[in-house]
Design a protein around this ligand. Structure first.
Ligand code: GRF
Length: 197
């Protein structure tokens, strides 16, 4: 049984997709053991609590420095027996110490086809604003391993999504979530849980 902990910062629609796929059996051999947000009041926490998944907020502001914050994060994750960490809309930067501690055991969903529209400052709506500004006809999402860089770890999977005439950053973000993110991330977890990757 793969023990998965999900790190979140906001609405938690990717977390919800994982919860729903575990519930309907599309993700097997997996238990979501912990949900941790770096933002208090994140709706993602409510989504976890509704399913009785242990959830808590660890805000950097409540700690002396980011090292103390990470040490508490590691305590919670290891305390729950975490095998795989899933970053799902998680917006805090993790140190090299942290990513080395969980080498090849952290995956992230990014809302573009890496290496396009990624790296420092590319998150949330900004990714889709830049894609529209560039006038790309195809965008999508990428699941990748997390290493010490930003959006630079080994790519696991990608799914293309067509840009439509009249798209706004919001309509494009929604389509990328529905047609790519919410499909790719659960699939990657199921593949890892069943030793396919
Ligand atoms: C979305 O832009 C998603 O592409 C990215 O984080 C943002 C919020 O995701 N991964 P969520 O609704 O909190 O899962």
């Amino acid at each position: 049984m793969l023990k998965v902990s999900v790190l979140v910062s906001g609405g938690g629609t990717n977390l919800q997709a994982i919860i729903d796929r575990v519930a309907d059996g599309k993700i097997t051999n997996t238990e979501i053991v912990k949900v941790i947000s770096n933002k208090k009041g994140a709706y993602a926490l409510e989504r976890a609590q509704k399913r009785n998944i242990p959830a808590l907020a660890l805000s950097k502001k409540d700690f002396g420095d980011s090292d103390e914050w990470e040490n508490r994060l590691i305590e919670e994750l290891d305390g729950a027996g975490t095998d795989l960490i899933v970053l799902a809309g998680f917006l805090a930067i993790l140190s090299e110490k942290f990513t080395k501690h969980y080498e090849n055991r952290i995956i992230n969903i990014h809302p573009s086809l890496i290496p396009s529209f990624c790296g420092a400052g590319y998150y949330g709506l900004k990714v889709h604003e830049e894609a529209l500004k560039k006038g790309v006809k195809v965008t999508g999402a990428t699941v990748h391993y997390v290493n010490e860089g930003i959006d630079s770890g080994k790519i696991i999977s990608q799914k293309a999504v067509y840009v439509q005439d009249g798209d706004t950053p919001e309509t494009l973000q929604r389509r990328v979530m529905e047609q790519a993110e919410w499909i790719l991330l659960p699939q990657a977890i199921d593949d890892i849980a069943n030793n396919r990757i």
